[in-house]
Design a protein around this ligand. Structure first.
Ligand SMILES: C[S@@+](CC[C@H](N)C(=O)[O-])C[C@H]1O[C@@H](n2cnc3c(N)ncnc32)[C@H](O)[C@@H]1O
Length: 249
């Protein structure tokens, strides 16, 4: 999202906290979210641009496009710009009321013919139907691991033949040496973006047991298990990757 100037710099963990609570997508996070995601996720803007390109390629006329865990609507915006003239609608949802409220204001600030329906809802309980593009951008990692396969199955069933699912995630690696080395690259990325050691360690504590990563192999196995014949990584920066899964015609 390029409107960072409307939002504040992320200093949520800059001061020492006596106790670190579990990370929540509340009002304080909403106020700094574009800055936080930009400075924490390598390749975030490239992934958004790719989501636009993939939408242009795969969106089917008169179908639904979904942005599950939309936060402020960055992926919705890029999909909306790339689906003009196909009589599609975009359905974007997030279970944080604060996020949905701000996403509403943000999306309404830009004109478009493409209807966007925003819902404050839990994606594991939401019906997916007549879908040609489904995006889960850095959100599956916040869903209970036991619910991930069922969610993907629901998405697979709601996709039209030829439809796609894009899933972007932080990954971990089974191999300890790889994990240490690639995680170091990510930490250096955060340091280079101005995060202090205190901010990095307090944020890490708050995300413990909240953001639960899978490996690349976990993701690929799950895509196959729920029915996708084609699935692979289309973009990776360090331990952050975006997968493309295509439902066969
Ligand atoms: C890292 S953010 C997603 C970023 C966003 N997709 C983007 O591209 O900018 C994760 C979002 O998922 C939402 N979320 C977490 N669990 C959810 C659930 N069960 N259903 C819907 N949204 C959920 C959070 O409220 C948060 O806004």
């Amino acid at each position: 999202m390029n409107n960072s100037s409307k939002y504040n710099k992320d200093t949520l963990y800059a001061q020492a906290h006596e106790a670190i609570g579990a990370f929540q997508f509340d009002e304080s996070v909403v106020a700094v979210f574009p800055d936080m995601i930009q400075r924490s996720v390598p390749g975030y803007q490239t992934i958004l641009a790719g989501i636009g390109e993939l939408t242009q390629q795969h969106a089917q006329p008169h179908s639904n496009l979904y942005d599950l865990g939309c936060s402020l609507g960055a992926a919705t915006l890029t999909m909306r710009r790339n689906v003009e003239g196909k009589q599609c609608q975009i359905i974007a949802l997030d279970n944080s009321e604060s996020m949905i409220k701000r996403a509403q204001e943000y999306l309404h600030a830009y004109h478009s013919e493409v209807p966007v329906h925003l819902h404050c809802a839990d994606m594991t309980q939401f019906k997916i139907e007549n879908a040609s593009v489904v995006v889960i951008n850095f959100t599956l990692q916040f869903i209970d691991p036991d619910q991930r396969e069922a969610l993907l199955k629901t998405i697979y069933q709601g996709l039209n033949p030829g439809g796609i699912l894009i899933v972007s995630e932080k990954l971990h690696f089974e191999d300890d040496a790889l994990q240490t080395s690639i995680e170091h690259l990510h930490l250096q990325f955060k340091r280079a973006n101005g995060y202090s050691e205190l901010e990095i360690s307090q944020k890490r504590s708050s995300l413990e047991n909240v953001l639960i990563t899978d490996t690349e192999q976990d993701h690929l196995k799950r895509f196959k298990k729920v029915g996708f014949q084609s699935a692979g990584i289309w973009f990776q920066a360090y331990n952050f990757a975006s997968f493309l899964a295509i439902k066969a015609f």
